[in-house]
Design a protein around this ligand. Structure first.
Ligand code: 6LW
Length: 527
């Protein structure tokens, strides 16, 4: 017996869109302001998953310069028809306040690993677009309609419109086919044809602890749709004691074994305030079609921690993740991402062979040109180490290791030059924009030479340490509260944010003199 353990995609991998082609499974997930855009994981057994590509790897496909935090790629939809892979995505330009600017695009490829095409613009009427390939060869785009009018629900319903491959645009009239259920917050639509019915699956309840999956069906694509009498199909709302929470925003596929599976967004809260440090992740459930409706195979409607995968004899062990990126090749690991745009001239793997040279640019507050390369945090217990050679000449020049949520919330262990104390190692703690420097000027460092910087995370807690010999690591600064680097920590502000925590290397030069820092390696180790 083989089984999958949830979440199957750990760390910030929300809004999963699953696809099976010729016995291979693929899941596309959201990447927000992180570049390149969209993560596609691959599996042959639903248990072991490998990140294989980011389809949006060119500025002509995705230019997020200036995008606010938590904007960018929301909820991609990956489908396949007649030898072509289709990826629908939204580049959200802004979302705080009354309005959201949500531009929806389509790219295609003959191979899942690309090259993916230039984008075709579709519409901007709302987010969570999804492409349905009908049996008659016609294709339809569905998305949620964003309604900014204060006397209406922001969630204006699910709209459908035909897409023409020939004309490469939406054609005909659009129509709202589903206004949602009393659960509300109707989004994340996907249409499936099964046993003569069109099934419209949506996410409802909002992406936090009331999240749920709603199913409706119709004999006609354009409706009317009747809601599942036992709705919702899945939610964790009534079981706050369970480790897998926030179950919603799902997609389904038939498995190689003839059974059906659902992947859905989930969260794993920690601490008394139930904060999901690892962001929203992806879980798997086995589902069955029963009496014309979709049901969880476990008989209930709340998520499972493990799922038996019939017909698979794979070893169910999932190894702890480990990455040693030593920057000795012409590109870095697929697991490392930049903010909003590629590093381009801000980073070099050739100026000093075996090192990544980061040229100092803008601060973490900037939504434009940051010199930062980071790995999503995918486990509660991990240790990240880098070795950096940096010789700043003023206090506006910094380089180091950052534990990052977004432009307002991060912990930064950095090297700088103090006009009185010389080269020092210091810490910035900036949470929801409230900046602190908990250790003052910082610890003196030798004027020249490399320093080892480390972050160790232990669920709700974390701490920085440093070494000059890579043998003795000395903790620097206080124990850090990790739960503040989470979507949930923003909730009291009235703003929902959407990303998880990242750990990265970076360099800033606010004096504009273009100083650089050389990073010998970046090691991410789950412990
Ligand atoms: C996603 C939508 C949502 O597009 O969050 O809260 C967005 N609901 O379904 C980003 O994950």
């Amino acid at each position: 017996m083989a089984y999958a353990t949830n979440p199957i995609l750990t760390g910030f991998n929300p809004d999963p869109s699953i696809l099976r082609v010729d016995g291979d499974y693929y899941i596309a997930t959201s990447t927000f302001e992180w570049f390149p855009g969209v993560q596609i994981h691959h599996s042959t057994d639903l248990i072991h998953w490998e990140l294989i590509c980011h389809p949006l790897n060119r500025l002509s496909q995705l230019n997020m310069l200036g995008n606010q935090s938590s904007c960018g790629i929301w909820a991609p939809c990956l489908t396949y028809d007649n030898g072509t892979y289709y990826l629908i995505y939204t580049d959200v330009k802004s979302f705080l306040g009354m309005f959201k600017d949500t531009h929806n695009y389509l790219v295609t490829a003959k191979d899942i690993k690309g090259p993916w095409s230039e984008p075709v613009y579709l519409n901007s009427s709302g987010f969570d677009p999804s492409l349905f390939h009908d049996e008659n060869g016609k294709k339809y785009l569905v998305n949620m309609i964003m309604d900014h009018r204060r006397w209406k629900s922001k969630f204006g319903g699910i709209v459908i419109q035909e897409y023409s491959i020939e004309k490469q645009c939406l054609i005909g009239e659009s129509k709202i086919i589903f206004k949602g259920t009393p659960i509300g917050c109707t989004e994340g639509p996907h249409i499936y044809k099964h046993d003569g019915y069109y099934y419209l699956m949506t996410a409802e309840g909002g992406t936090e602890y009331a999240h749920a999956v709603t199913m409706a069906r119709s004999e006609n694509l354009l409706g009317p749709y009747e809601v599942d009498p036992c709705n919702p199909v899945i939610t964790a709302l009534h079981h706050p004691e369970q480790p897998i929470q926030k179950a919603g925003h799902a997609s389904i596929t038939e498995g190689n074994n003839g059974k059906w599976y659902m992947v859905h967004l989930c969260g794993r809260p920690v601490g008394e305030n139930r904060m999901c440090i690892l962001g929203r992740e992806t879980a798997l459930e086995e589902v069955v079609w029963k009496d014309g409706w979709l049901r969880l195979a476990n008989g209930g409607n709340s998520p499972c921690e493990t799922v038996e995968i019939a017909g698979v004899t794979a070893d169910s062990t999932v190894l702890k993740k480990y990455l040693m990126e030593d920057f000795d090749k012409d590109s870095w690991s697929i697991h490392l991402q930049t903010l909003r745009v590629p590093l381009e001239e801000r980073g070099s793997l050739t100026e000093r062979p075996g090192y990544l040279r980061l040229y100092g640019r803008e601060s973490f507050t900037s939504c434009f040109h940051q010199s930062l390369l980071a790995h999503r945090q995918q486990a509660f217990y991990c240790e990240v180490t880098t070795k950096v050679d940096f010789t700043p000449v003023n206090f506006q020049q910094m380089a180091g290791l950052v534990y990052y949520y977004d432009s307002l919330s991060y912990y930064y262990l950095y090297i700088t030059e103090d006009e009185t104390e010389g080269k020092v190692l210091s810490i910035i703690s900036n949470i929801l924009g409230n900046g602190r420097q908990p250790i003052g000027v910082g610890v003196h460092l030798p004027a020249l030479g490399e320093v080892y910087l480390r972050l160790t995370t232990e669920k709700e807690k974390a701490h920085f340490s440093y070494s000059l010999d890579n043998k003795t690591f000395i903790q620097i600064g206080e124990t850090l509260e990790a739960t503040v680097l989470s979507d949930d920590y923003y909730a009291p502000t009235g703003h929902i944010m959407f990303t998880g925590a990242f750990i990265g290397i970076c360099c800033q030069d606010l004096s504009g003199q273009g100083i650089f820092a050389d990073f010998d390696y970046f090691e991410y180790k789950e412990i």
